[in-house]
Design a protein around this ligand. Structure first.
Ligand SMILES: Cc1cc2nc3c(=O)[nH]c(=O)nc-3n(C[C@H](O)[C@H](O)[C@H](O)COP(=O)(O)OP(=O)(O)OC[C@H]3O[C@@H](n4cnc5c(N)ncnc54)[C@H](O)[C@@H]3O)c2cc1C
Length: 308
């Protein structure tokens, strides 16, 4: 199949790029990937996407974005991109179900997945007290007690963010020390409602109707292990994110974590005609409205590129 712009990914970035391109009269084809609708389909209530004062579920919001993108002509196809040849134009992209696309331009909008610790109970309570996004879900736990798992900058940032909303914030750190930058550690120590639990791992999450508490294992200097339960209603995994960019990494420049590097404020990658939008190129903001905004930028960059 031949297209003017192939968009890879069906999250807010991908659908917004499709909307802008098709409205501009550019033939846009979007491959939806393993998670049609993207990460937001994992979450029930969205309270911070502008335009929805009564809240909207992640699934419904993404269905609306899909509909709006399709309305102007974006062609949406299923498939997982497994191969991309960016060495010459038109670019050639292949999927796991043997579809082959040739495209004059490409927008990579494959997002980033949240990492969890691997505890089975995390899956059981996902969306019912377990989250990997403090900025997204913290508000649901206002004035409540929560636990953040992790010891790096993400965990420190999440704990500080939550300390302004929640009653008490425990931070479970596996090591005897935090890896977070000193300035964040100092701020955490200053916050009266943050308690750092070093050499501590969460071994279980429990609750009847959502999270009611966690079991933690503490290994002190005596090598003696102690188990205890802590009552919390929210569990925030803050152990990092993984950009979904492996398939492109031999050709597209990324940082050491795999986030695609773009040129200044534009969405241009190191390959002319290939652009990146949304969380796959954003280690900092990681919010739906930002991803949608960068999908718009990528579409405008593509339009300029194709018209040159
Ligand atoms: C639990 C949770 C709750 C959240 N809540 C909020 C919230 O309340 N408000 C908010 O603003 N943000 C929230 N976020 C963050 C928000 O979901 C992301 O910032 C946003 O979805 C990023 O959009 P994106 O388009 O970049 O990528 P994504 O939404 O991650 O979409 C990526 C897309 O790429 C596709 N894909 C991946 N690999 C391939 C491949 N090889 N081939 C083809 N397709 C591929 C996937 O199928 C998917 O469709 C939340 C995130 C999580 C995890």
């Amino acid at each position: 199949m031949k297209t003017q712009c192939l968009i890879i990914g069906s999250g807010p970035a991908g659908y917004t790029a499709g909307l802008y391109l098709s409205r501009a009269g550019i033939k846009a084809t979007l491959i939806s990937g393993p998670q049609p609708g993207g990460q937001l389909t994992d979450t029930h209530e969205i309270e911070n996407y502008p335009g929805f004062p009564e809240n909207i579920s992640g699934y419904d919001l993404m269905e609306l974005m899909k509909k709006q993108s399709e309305k102007f002509g974006t062609q949406i196809v299923s498939g997982l991109v497994t191969e991309a040849d960016f060495s010459k134009r038109p670019f050639v992209i292949k999927t796991d179900d043997n579809q082959e696309f040739t495209a004059d331009s490409v927008i990579i909008a494959t997002g980033a997945t949240a990492k969890y610790t691997g505890l089975a109970a995390e899956k059981k309570y996902l969306g019912q007290g377990v989250s990997a996004c403090a900025v997204c879900d913290g508000f649901f736990y206002r004035k409540q007690d929560v636990i953040v798992v992790g010891g790096g900058d993400t965990a420190a940032g999440d704990a500080l963010y939550l300390s302004n909303i929640c009653n008490k914030v425990y931070v479970a750190v596996r090591k005897p020390y935090l890896r977070a930058s000193q300035i964040l550690q100092d701020r955490m120590k200053e916050a009266a409602n943050i308690e750092i639990l070093t050499e501590t791992v969460v071994t279980d999450i429990f609750g009847n109707d959502g999270v009611e508490g966690v079991t933690v294992k503490h290994k002190g200097g005596t090598a003696e292990e102690t188990l205890r339960n802590i009552a919390v209603t929210g569990y925030f995994a803050a152990v990092g994110r993984k950009p979904q960019t492996e398939v492109f990494q031999e050709q597209i420049r990324t940082d050491e974590q795999g986030y695609i590097l773009t040129d200044g404020v534009s969405t241009k990658t190191n390959i002319e005609g290939v652009f990146a939008a949304g969380d796959c190129a954003d280690p900092v903001y990681r919010q739906a409205v930002v991803a949608a905004g960068s999908g718009c930028k990528a579409a405008l960059d593509v339009e300029k590129f194709l018209n040159n």
